[in-house]
Design a protein around this ligand. Sequence first.
Ligand code: HEM
Length: 302
Amino acid sequence: MTQPGIFALGTPEHCYLELDLAPGAGAEQLVRGIAGLTGPLSSTGGVNLVVGFRPELWAEVAPADAPADAASWTEDLVGAGQYRMPATQHDAWVWIAGGNRTAVFDNARVVLAELAGTARVGAEVTGWLYRHDRDLTGFIDGTENPSLLSAAQVAAVPDGEPGAGASIVLFQVWRHDTATWESLGEHGQEQMMGRTKADSIELDDDEMLPSAHVARTTVEVDGEERQIFRRNVAYGGVTDHGTAFVGFARDQWRMAEMLRRMAGATDGVRDGLTGFLTPLTGAYYTCPSVDALARFAPPEED
Ligand code: HEM
């Protein structure tokens, strides 16, 4: 089974912790520590928890449960005109989501307390849902997401393949230059995005620029679209803010290809958004299936 929190829509408050092994701690110790987060993982914890590991770290500890193409993001992605997306890989990723900020805050502190001596914080992002379903560009984010009926097919490694039930997440924090973005006006923004702002209708083919975001992130193989499942949130305060991009897929290739296309690394055409939004981080994590994770958890008491 795929970690259920990936599909638990509607939680307004979020915290993402990227963790690194503490000095002297080992890979299996980290996996056991995270699989044993009994407080936040319990039904009385009041939050959803999704966890992931640096793909090579997970593959070392559980080789039979590792998705075939999952790998760390180790080198900056260089695109057209020396455009760069930075690689900032860490050892583990913990996403705590809940109905109110207090529950998220308290559980994030529990996570860190339980992992003391095993992991330390490499980066932390607190996020929230802005105007129900919009990101801080003001556009509705998630329109083309698969529904919950097919999200698992898109996000989880299928049965019979290595790492079945696992999902690969791309976690990438983007700072927005909101003043410059707003100076484009609604029509200019719609051309950058490739959809209308008010109701997220895709622009007609004759209006769609090749650099529009939705044109750049539409990846097809043999005429078939390679979808992903996105759970982006807004982060930050009024003077420094943006989007925490959180995308899940059954294979890593499709997300890496979207990034290459956004950076202009494949055909020299850069995503219009990249003139206004700056990627600050970038990492991939394997989110193991519940069954694989449970093998590393302490036995549950009756
Ligand atoms: C700050 C960064 C980003 C923002 C604000 C953003 C925002 C949006 C918005 C508003 C849409 C249109 C509505 C929708 O279908 O959800 C969209 C579509 C999409 N985005 Fe992004 N996005 C960002 C980064 C990314 C990245 C890094 C990827 C992939 C690696 C990505 C993949 C997609 C995909 C696959 C679609 C659907 C395309 C389609 O089939 O029409 N986005 N994004």
